[in-house]
Write a protein that binds this ligand. Sequence first.
Ligand SMILES: [Fe+2]
Ligand SMILES: [Fe+2]
Length: 237
Amino acid sequence: MGDLHYGSGSATFFRALFKSAGRESAMMAMCGDLTTRGLIEEARGLAEAISHYDGRIVAVLGNHDYEANNQEEIMDILEEAGVHMLERGVYVTGDNAIGIAGTKGFCGGFLNCRIAPFGERILKMFINETYKEANRINRELKTLKAGFRIVCYHYAPVRDTCIGEHTEVIPFLGSSILSDPVDTFKADLVLHGHAHNGMEKGKTLAGIPVRNVALPVHNKKYALYDTEMFRTHGKDT
Ligand SMILES: [Fe+2]
Ligand SMILES: [Fe+2]
């Protein structure tokens, strides 16, 4: 799930959600915007709610988690609660069945409408952030050995899953630069959030399945996926 936006008054809702998710899944990926305003107390509240989940959790941060410049402390708090923060390294299950790389990502638009690193310095700085994030995943996928490889972003790597959002905001919801390493190294699945009003399903140009797991897309519930189903059906899913 993504876009939890944990804030004051969230405790009861998320305790119940994590408890229920623990009964239905073996592993959870949280795709950013874990907090509402990036506050330490929000991260502490989420860490408490997480203790009700019976399974492994990996996560990336979202733009909201950067709002108060507490991103490192938020990651420390969540790590203490047992969450594997993908910004600090990939996660691979003990049997090498599943490997997950992840980072927040950034925006800039899609395909031939994406921003190019050209012209003013500030525009180059803007889009270089997206390249930096994609390069990180490129490096990690290059060496990630696992039976089923997942990439977690906060921002969207394809336009498909942003459909439903206002056209004007779509370039700020993600970038196809983020889908390049996924296609180069043929990952098996990409999860992301951020596009609250988008669609659940999409594909990269190479046909890799993409899923938008933002809570509002799933009526404030987590999405359940079976890796075996993706392995069997691949590009048809
Ligand atoms: Fe969000
Ligand atoms: Fe976001």
